[in-house]
Design a protein around this ligand. Structure first.
Ligand SMILES: Cc1ncc(COP(=O)(O)O)c(C=O)c1O
Length: 460
């Protein structure tokens, strides 16, 4: 543990020098936590890298690297004329949790968000009118913890048709998004006594954090060009694996046929479970998407989907399709968490699906994102030196590998106001620098300027 109290900043930094992550990662983590938690307020000037290096007894380069990394991630900013400051994250009094959404970068290319400018407002509004106009008052009472049957039926039919999910409406549980799905599944697993969960590395950090909170032991499942190394599940003695088979997050790899076969074989032989995160399964550009893994092993796979990419993350709307034996335990957790989620949204979603509005919207969004993906590829190819994006056959984000010592690039992007994530955000293992950028994020009018700012910073 280290601390510093200089420059008007009085702060203890809990830097854990844990095996494999090292001092740099420990320091990054400590600073992120301090910014997120509001202990370091927006606008606070940090000590110079030289001062902090002396204070903590580490090499100055280590501090400089940490600052550059956190600037690239949007936690810190470096101002013209010198100085590193905490970026515009709201303080604890205004928002108790991390909220990088509110920092409002000039060019927002952070992954994980759709273009909210194309949210189907008219269709949503019309469906809300119909639901409220025609539905009985009883529909607004406490209801089934899974969500209204109408909604589960519509969703089950949609998932079967579009994603090949083996979806019995009775086993569909509507929830407030993938994050709640992970929390519910984690709690059920922990209660059952199964403790070992393999998570993709790199992967979504909140998933790991949520599982750890439930007392589960995490096992890193490496990822390569063929997706997660499911061939390692037997050796890892995992009880469950959390996978993004259709489009690995964040690398963009698709789980190969061999790796799909390996995970199915592992399920059957060991009784292992899979939590399948199908977060952007509708967005495949080069051919028909590969169907959900769940369709091949519905007794072992919990299928999770979300409206966060297809419609808007602010809706907090997601769903699980659960194996029969896990339905009651999942519902027990759901009832404890919030009894059930918002029925109006469920009924509106059902309306959109049943009238074809949801399909129409997804088709429109797919065309738009595909066009952006192509424009991104062209623009990167024209950079000097030319660059290529990986993982772009599907989804809403791309990975752009950076050469070694890419801190100049990251700093240039920051100065230009281009917000992207670095691959290192998604793993505690050493990983080459690479931009993870969400090309769906900017609204249509801002996209061309965002692309120009990106390629200018990359190419200069
Ligand atoms: C890998 C991954 N899975 C799932 C989701 C959807 O999460 P939620 O439904 O909680 O918004 C996201 C969005 O951030 C994601 O990046």
């Amino acid at each position: 543990m280290s601390s510093w109290a200089k420059q008007g900043v009085d702060l203890h930094l809990h830097v854990e020098r844990t095996c494999g992550t090292g001092l740099r990662a420990g320091l990054e983590h400590a600073l992120r936590t301090a910014v997120r938690g509001g202990r370091l307020e927006a606008g606070t000037r940090l000590p110079s890298s030289r001062q902090l290096a002396v204070e903590l007894g580490v090499a100055r380069n280590t501090i400089a690297d940490v600052y550059t990394q956190l600037v690239a991630e949007g936690y810190l900013t470096s101002r013209r004329g010198g100085g590193t400051y905490v970026a515009g994250t709201p303080s604890r009094t205004t928002a108790p949790v991390t909220n990088d959404e509110q920092a409002g970068p000039r060019y927002d290319l952070r992954p994980g968000r759709p273009d909210l400018g194309i949210f189907p407002r008219a269709a949503w509004l019309a469906a809300t009118r119909r639901v409220l106009g025609a539905g009985p008052s009883d529909a607004l009472s406490y209801g089934d913890p899974r969500g209204p049957q109408t909604a589960r039926r519509a969703l089950a039919a949609y998932l079967a048709r579009v994603r090949g999910v083996d979806a019995d409406p009775d086993r569909v549980v509507l929830c407030t998004g993938y994050r709640q799905a992970v929390a519910l599944v984690g709690a059920v697993l922990a209660r059952s006594g199964a403790m070992r969960v393999a998570v993709e590395s790199p992967g979504l950090p909140e998933v790991s954090q949520s599982l750890v909170r439930n007392g589960l032991t995490l096992l890193d499942l490496p990822v390569d060009d063929h997706g997660a190394r499911t061939d390692l599940l037997v050796a890892l003695e995992a009880d469950m694996a959390v996978l993004t088979p259709a489009h690995q997050f964040p690398t963009g790899a698709q789980l190969s046929a061999e790796r799909r076969a390996a995970v199915l074989e592992w399920c059957r032989r060991t009784g292992g479970l899979v939590l399948e995160d199908d977060y952007d399964g509708e967005f495949r550009y080069d051919r028909q998407p590969v169907g959900a893994l769940q369709g091949l092993a519905s007794d072992h796979v919990l299928y999770a989907g979300s409206a966060s990419k297809t419609l808007a993350p602010g809706l907090r709307l997601g769903w699980l399709v659960v194996p029969p034996r896990l339905l009651d335990p999942i519902l027990a957790e759901k009832v404890l968490a919030d009894r059930h989620s918002n029925v109006l949204d469920h009924l509106v979603l059902a309306e959109l699906i049943n009238r074809g509005d949801y399909d129409r919207h997804v088709r429109r969004a797919r065309l738009r994102y595909r066009r952006r993906r192509d424009e991104l590829a062209r623009a990167l190819a024209e950079c000097v030196p030319p660059r290529r994006a990986a993982g772009v056959a599907a989804g809403l984000h791309a990975v752009v590998p950076l050469p070694e010592g890419a801190h100049d690039v990251l700093a240039r992007l920051d100065r230009a106001g281009v917000a992207v994530n670095n691959m290192s955000r998604y793993t505690s293992a050493p990983t080459p620098d690479a931009l993870v950028l969400g090309y769906a994020t900017p609204p249509g009018h801002a996209w061309p300027a965002a692309l120009t700012a990106l390629t200018t910073a990359l190419g200069s």
